[in-house]
Design a protein around this ligand. Structure first.
Ligand code: CA
Ligand code: CA
Length: 188
């Protein structure tokens, strides 16, 4: 069972900076995922406004500069020839931990009162903007929540996945189910 910092809708969550083992750790997106998975967790997937409010509050109250989420652009093998994902910057985003597709980035998601994507960034245009591509050819394929980095409040940004950041882990149904099925009688 993973560390618990808070609990929401049946899932535990923790911020890496609050765990002694990761207190000063910053990982790229994939290493952060793997760190969470050691606890049967994954990077946080923000499917609802209530969950997003909790994450924004965590960041605000602890003055956290930025975190990785499991948000990912479907721009790898298996995403080709998917007309439903085009254009990618609007329709191509999903939560990799739960494989839930995100709402179109240009719209307020159904059931939400705001769009969590930032209205600003490096190029002073709404996110996602894939800004780093113009600088060094690297795509911004991962979703980070940034805390006022562009004087834009706490908001979602597409960011290149190699950047090293602290992270928030959330229980993974898939991994918990797998561990329970392979370890009869285990208490999770
Ligand atoms: Ca979630
Ligand atoms: Ca960006």
């Amino acid at each position: 069972m993973g560390p618990k910092e808070f609990f929401f809708n049946g899932h535990n969550y923790f911020f890496s900076g609050h765990l002694p083992a990761f207190r000063t750790a910053k990982y790229d997106w994939l290493d952060a995922r793997n760190a969470c998975r050691e606890y049967c967790m994954d990077l946080v997937s923000i499917e609802t406004q209530e969950e997003n409010n909790l994450i924004f509050k965590l960041i605000q109250q602890n003055d956290i500069p930025y975190i990785w989420t499991s948000g990912r652009l479907c721009d790898f093998k298996g995403c080709e020839n998917r007309r439903d994902l085009e254009p990618k910057n609007i329709f191509g985003w999903f939560w990799s931990a739960t494989r839930v597709k995100m709402a179109p980035t240009t719209q307020i998601p159904q059931g939400w009162g705001y769009n969590a994507w930032s209205q600003s960034g490096h190029k002073k245009v709404p996110q996602p903007d894939n800004a780093e591509f113009d600088i060094n050819g690297t795509n911004e394929s991962c979703v980070s929540v940034l805390n006022n980095v562009y004087k834009d409040g706490i908001a979602w940004h597409d960011v290149a996945c190699y950047h090293e950041k602290p992270f928030v882990c959330e229980d993974s149904e898939e991994l918990l189910t797998y561990v329970a099925s392979t370890n009869p009688g285990i208490r999770l």
